[in-house]
Design a protein around this ligand. Structure first.
Ligand SMILES: CC(C)(COP(=O)(O)OP(=O)(O)OC[C@H]1O[C@@H](n2cnc3c(N)ncnc32)[C@H](O)[C@@H]1OP(=O)(O)O)[C@@H](O)C(=O)NCCC(=O)NCCS
Length: 417
């Protein structure tokens, strides 16, 4: 029987949600239908159909992403294809259905003028072949609260402890302002917040509903394990901690260190989280893991490279190799739009990017996945070259590329999709 890949009709949304859950070893329930219905954009939702059965799913959310900016200026944001809901039933996997769906999703993103696609991968083995590179990371940290405190006083903030009902009035605007200070942050739309205020049991991981701590220039969202009257370790799990300055963030950590009954504070934080250096016992903050978050696929090289900002001035000629697996929306192989020789002229005043003219020799050779990885400023090409994933063609070009693409603060993504 033939399998057709196409977008869904709005009336097929529930069947799509049903099919989506199977490859993730779960079943759709009332809660998951309610939550997914909030997010699905039918015209950007793909299905692989065999007869009347849905055997593969994928979708794109229309979101926007913060890119590296310059100190003291609002960072740029760009619309991007947020790829999600990817699953193929085991009965039909390894027959190229993901390849077909990916070709259609990426071609659709290009047609809409989106320069970048990004996703959060279930397995790190899947998406490199499609040109996605590991671009943002997150550190899982655990802080022993009872035996630690901050070395120096921090600003006294007027903090309000509240639940979702009160937080709903202020947090969306605060988040939208503060996420622009950190490359890698994805916007949160109304559907996201509706889900957050509902805070269903399924997404709480056995912890409490969110508590929110608000001030004018920052907030924390955290959950706790309500086991204070047992012998278990009492955990406070930070899910968001945003401040307009490192001083505000330090004051929010001060608040967390003061929450009675808690033994351990856990959080996923940016790799450059500075709180360790404020602690009396810096060893008391353990990094329990480092994870990949956003994988980025450049769809339009000039648009993606010129949308971000650069702290240093340089010109680089890059030879970008196509992704091993690229098919266009009609399933034709070849023609990866990111591949080819590009000239990037960049600096704090602005940048331009164009195809190289004949005679402009490349200085670096890299895959499109590597280009996506370094775009956000938190990954380097030198270690990739040492692993055979990029090649320096002109002496010194690697170091210049790492200086040009590197940016601060480190990219970090705290919004799932
Ligand atoms: C991942 C998944 C969607 C792949 O779908 P699929 O239709 O089997 O993929 P395809 O047949 O189109 O494979 C395309 C390529 O990816 C490779 N591939 C697919 N799944 C892979 C995996 N889990 N690990 C490594 N490689 C994988 C295939 O071998 C193939 O390689 P090739 O281009 O070199 O031939 C499917 O296995 C699945 O649903 N997994 C469980 C749910 C999941 O993890 N979804 C991803 C969420 S981010």
């Amino acid at each position: 029987m033939t399998t057709e890949v196409r977008t869904i009709d709005a009336s097929e949304t529930d069947d799509w949600i049903h099919a989506l859950h199977m490859p993730f070893l779960g079943h759709a329930d009332e809660e998951s239908y309610r939550r997914w219905r909030l997010h699905v954009e039918p015209e950007r939702t793909w299905v692989a159909v065999e007869g009347d059965r849905f055997v593969g799913t994928s979708c794109v959310f229309s979101r926007d992403l913060t890119l590296p900016g310059l100190a003291g200026e609002p960072a740029p944001t760009v619309p991007f294809s947020a790829v999600s809901g990817v699953g193929v039933h085991t009965t039909h996997h390894r027959r190229g259905l993901l390849r077909q769906m990916m070709g259609q999703m990426l071609s659709d993103g290009i047609a809409r003028g989106e320069a970048i696609a990004a996703l959060i991968a279930s397995e790190a083995t899947i998406y490199g072949r499609f040109g996605f590179g590991w671009a943002t990371s997150s550190a899982d940290v655990a802080l022993a609260r009872r035996t630690n405190r901050l070395r120096e006083p921090v600003p006294e903030l007027d903090l309000e402890l509240c639940d979702a009902r009160e937080a709903a009035k202020k947090v969306p605007a605060l988040f939208d302002r503060l996420r622009r200070a950190r490359p890698g942050q994805v916007n949160r739309n109304d559907a996201y917040w509706e889900d957050a205020w509902e805070d269903p049991r399924a997404i709480r991981g056995g912890l409490s509903k969110h508590f929110y701590v608000l001030c004018d220039d920052g907030y924390i969202a955290y959950r706790a394990k309500n086991s204070w009257n047992s012998d278990e370790v009492n955990v406070l799990r930070v899910e968001d901690l945003f401040g307009a300055s490192t001083e505000v963030e330090a004051a929010l950590w001060q608040y967390l260190l003061g929450v009675d009954l808690v033994d351990t504070i856990t959080a996923a934080r940016p790799l450059d989280e500075p709180v360790r250096w404020r602690l009396e016992d810096p060893r008391g903050l353990s990094v329990t893991g480092v994870r990949d978050m956003l994988w980025i696929r450049v769809l339009d090289v000039p648009a993606a490279l010129t949308a971000r900002r650069y702290r240093h001035k340089d010109t680089l000629v890059l030879e970008v190799d196509p992704a091993p697996t690229w098919t266009d929306g009609d399933g034709r192989p070849g023609g990866d739009p990111a591949a080819g020789r590009w000239v990037l002229e960049a600096g704090p005043e602005g940048s331009s990017c164009r195809r190289a003219r004949s005679g402009e020799a490349p200085e670096l050779r890299l895959g499109v996945a590597e280009l996506g990885a370094v775009l956000m400023g938190g990954q380097d090409l030198t270690s990739r070259a040492q692993a055979g994933r990029s090649v320096e063609l002109v002496s010194g070009a690697l170091e210049r590329a790492d200086t040009l693409f590197g940016s601060r603060p480190a990219p970090f993504s705290s919004t799932g999709f």
